[in-house]
Each structure stands twice: as C-alpha cells, then as structure tokens.
Design a protein around this ligand. Structure first.
Ligand SMILES: *[C@@H]1O[C@H](CO)[C@@H](O)[C@H](O)[C@H]1NC(C)=O
Ligand SMILES: *[C@@H]1O[C@H](CO)[C@@H](O)[C@H](O)[C@H]1NC(C)=O
Ligand SMILES: *[C@@H]1O[C@H](CO)[C@@H](O)[C@H](O)[C@H]1NC(C)=O
Ligand SMILES: *[C@@H]1O[C@H](CO)[C@@H](O)[C@H](O)[C@H]1NC(C)=O
Length: 254
C-alpha cells in the first residue's frame, strides 16, 4: 500500500517540469554546416546558466542516418548543464505505426552518450488519441537514455487541447505554434502552464513588446517559449530578436 502510494508519487514527479521558471524551447532544425551555424544558441546557453534550454534536435524530420558531424555539434551543446536535448519524431497525427515511431526513438537513444539526448519531441500530435500517444510515449520511456533515467517527453499539437489527459504522460505540451499576429488576436489558454510551451514566429513588434510578451509568460509560469521574427524558413536560423529574447527571459525570472 505504502509502496503503491510512493510509486504513484514518483510517477507524478516524473512528469513535473525540471525548472520552475519559463525556459527556452528551441526548434533546432538547421544543419550545423559550420560551427557558426549553432553558435548563437551555444553562446546564449553559455551566457545564461540560470535559464533552462530545451533543444529539439532534428537531423532529417527524424533521426536520419548516422551523421557524426551532426552528433559532434549536439555534443558541443551538451557540455552545458542548463540544456536538455530531445530528438524530433513525426507521429503523422497518430497515423504513424508504433514500430516506425519506436525505430526512430531507439535510433536517438543509441546516439553516443556525449550527445546527452534525454528524450523525444513528438511532432504532429493530434488530441483525443490517448491510447496511441500513450503507446508512443511509453516507447520513449522504455528506451534507455544516456542523459537521463527516463525519457523527457514533449508533445506538439501546436494548438489548444484544453484539459486533455495528455498532461498526465507528457512533461511539456506545445499548445501554440503560430504567428505573432495570431497570438495577438488569440492568446493561448493556459490550463496547465507549468507543462505548456508556446512557439511563436513572424514576431514584428518592438523590443518593448517582446519584453512584455516574455513578462506575460513568466507571470503565468509558462514552462517554455520560443519567439522568432523569421517568417520564412522560420526554424532555419534564430532571427534578429534572438539575443534580446534570451536576455528578456533571463531578466524576467523572479
Ligand atoms: C568545431 O567544434 C568542435 C566541437 O566543439 C571542435 O572540436 C572543433 O575544433 C571546432 N572547429 C572549429 C573550426 O572551430
Ligand atoms: C513498455 O514497457 C512495458 C513494460 O515492460 C510494456 O508493457 C510495454 O508494452 C512497452 N511499450 C512499448 C511501446 O514499448
Ligand atoms: C506585423 O505583421 C502583421 C501581420 O502581417 C501586420 O498586419 C502588421 O502591420 C505588422 N506590424 C508592423 C509594426 O509592421
Ligand atoms: C533591440 O534589442 C537589440 C538587442 O539588445 C538591440 O541590438 C537593438 O538595437 C534594439 N532595438 C531597438 C530599436 O532598440
């Protein structure tokens, strides 16, 4: 009985966020052509050790083929303590067969320990498919992660999923992935802020506006956020507001 209670407490603790402040989630979908490609990220992680970064690595809409150049660049990010690295996996809105999803997960889990991969980012998540997404996330948790005792799991429906039971088996859920214009007309609802993430593109406000958006996130204790002013190839670079955004997140912690 006591053991059962203890186990359920541990199961709950396994999905609570690793950081109480708003962190930065980074869809790192560019290829590290040279060391300079990811340098703005490495510099930010190194400059702000109190900010937790969640970095989604994505060699080829999934793990792709073994690429030691790519893995070396990931390992360079892993030298910082304030970064949690997860691998990008497609789920086809729940249509992708479990064995294919599992294959991608196991490929990531088998990356060299130096890359520090700690879990999975499940893209194309569809709400209302509890059984399917429980199986996908169980596959991630069943794998052995060099960077962690159990997988860190992020789901990306990119839109509101209300009070979905997905929050019981995901560490974070991206419930807004859209433009700043959309954000202005329809700010994301935050039923579980400590497990929610907001990813915003095409930001065209001033530095002051950026700061106030970050303040809003901090005040609601959002788990993580990403804001870029890029409006084409939005995840192929960091955009011109990157440094300001990172400074704001660091400054707004309370
Ligand atoms: C690029 O980064 C790797 C890993 O940190 C390092 O070993 C290598 O020397 C760097 N190359 C250049 C040209 O700076
Ligand atoms: C995960 O492991 C559990 C316990 O061993 C097993 O019952 C389940 O089928 C596994 N799920 C997947 C998707 O691998
Ligand atoms: C920002 O972009 C939106 C949507 O494209 C546009 O309507 C608005 O005028 C732009 N604002 C500025 C300050 O450029
Ligand atoms: C916005 O912030 C960035 C980074 O701190 C700075 O380089 C830029 O000059 C600022 N822009 C304005 C209009 O103040």
């Amino acid at each position: 009985m006591i053991l059962a209670i203890l186990l359920s407490v541990l199961a709950f603790l396994a999905v609570v966020p690793v950081h109480a402040h708003t962190g930065i989630i980074v869809p790192l979908y560019s290829y590290p052509e040279t060391n300079a490609t990811w340098e703005p990220l490495g510099t930010a992680i190194g400059a702000f050790p109190d900010v937790q970064f969640y970095v989604i690595v994505n060699p080829n809409s999934g793990p792709g083929l073994t690429d030691t150049n790519y893995q070396a660049a990931v390992a360079a990010l892993h030298t910082y303590a304030n970064v949690l690295l997860v691998g990008y996996v497609l789920t086809g809105y729940g249509t992708r067969p479990l064995d294919q999803v599992q294959q991608d997960i196991e490929t990531y889990a088998a990356w060299p320990a130096a890359t520090g991969l700690a879990g999975i980012f499940f893209d194309e998540t569809l709400a209302g498919l509890t059984q399917t997404y429980t199986a996908y996330t169980d596959a991630a948790r069943n794998a052995t992660w060099p960077g962690r005792t159990t997988a860190y799991v992020i789901l990306n429906p990119g839109e509101d999923i209300g009070d979905s039971d997905y929050y019981t088996f995901a560490n974070q859920i991206v419930t807004f992935e859209d433009t700043y214009a959309r954000y202005q007309t329809q700010a994301p609802l935050l039923p579980h802020p400590a497990q929610q993430s907001v990813i915003m593109n095409s930001f065209n406000g001033t530095n002051e506006t950026l700061e106030s958006v970050v303040q809003t996130f901090e005040t609601s204790r959002l788990a993580s956020a990403y804001i870029t002013d890029l409006d084409v190839d939005i995840y192929k670079g960091f955009g011109s507001h990157w440094a300001e955004f990172v400074q704001d997140v660091n400054r707004k912690r309370f």
